[in-house]
Design a protein around this ligand. Structure first.
Ligand SMILES: [Zn+2]
Length: 206
């Protein structure tokens, strides 16, 4: 087998054999990704983040999202595919949208692609738009532009459903809060949150 991250040939041994029918990440890269499964709550709803946003994960996400290494879409969840499908059976995936322009430039919607691998039903319940036009003015004026999430017509499909809101990186949690507030309007049966990584703010940062 060839590792999708470092391209090294590898053979899998140990406990991962039980969980992974088609392993795509070698043991070295697996260790560097360092899965932690952080449990938390956002607006009272249970959340899980698989990884800390460490240097290795940051590089991987950058390579995938910015560098357009599309093949990396599967590496983040690969080792937990079965586990996640079991934990969230009966749930509908609702990805936090990126800005529509960012998706167009990239050629794919990066959060959706990561979670497609779970083979679970997925509903696009919101989109991200800019409220005012981009200008070439000075920096402090450009900061006036606000990105906002707005619901799509699909939102009503979430009524009485168990909803799993998914995103790549949780930083402040504000975007996820905004997403929760949109999803709540559809009166779902349950809401949970799953993110690939969680950024830990150190003292003195931010
Ligand atoms: Zn590797």
């Amino acid at each position: 087998m060839v590792c999708k991250i470092c391209f090294a040939d590898f053979e899998l041994s140990g406990f991962r054999l039980f969980f992974e029918a088609h392993p795509i990440v070698c043991e070295k890269c697996f260790q560097k990704m360092n899965p932690q499964f952080f449990h938390g709550k956002i607006l009272g709803y249970p959340s899980i983040s698989i990884y800390e946003y460490n240097a290795f994960i940051r590089k991987l996400i950058y390579r995938y999202k910015g560098g357009k290494d599309y093949e990396l879409k599967d590496v983040f969840l690969a080792s937990y595919n079965k586990l996640l499908r079991f934990i969230y059976r009966d749930y509908v995936l609702v990805p936090v949208p990126s800005h529509i322009k960012a998706d167009e430039e990239r050629g794919f919607s990066h959060v959706q692609e990561i979670f497609f691998s779970l083979g679970m039903p997925l509903v696009i319940a919101a989109k991200k738009i800019s409220l005012s036009k981009q200008s070439n003015r000075r920096f402090f004026e450009r900061k006036q532009i606000k990105n906002e999430l707005i619901p799509t017509d699909n939102l009503t499909k979430l009524k009485d459903k168990k909803v799993l809101i998914v995103d790549d990186i949780m930083t402040t949690g504000f975007t996820l809060q905004a997403m929760i507030n949109i999803v709540k309007k559809a009166n779902p049966q349950k809401i949970k949150i799953l993110t690939v990584a969680r950024r830990i703010a150190y003292h003195g940062e931010e």
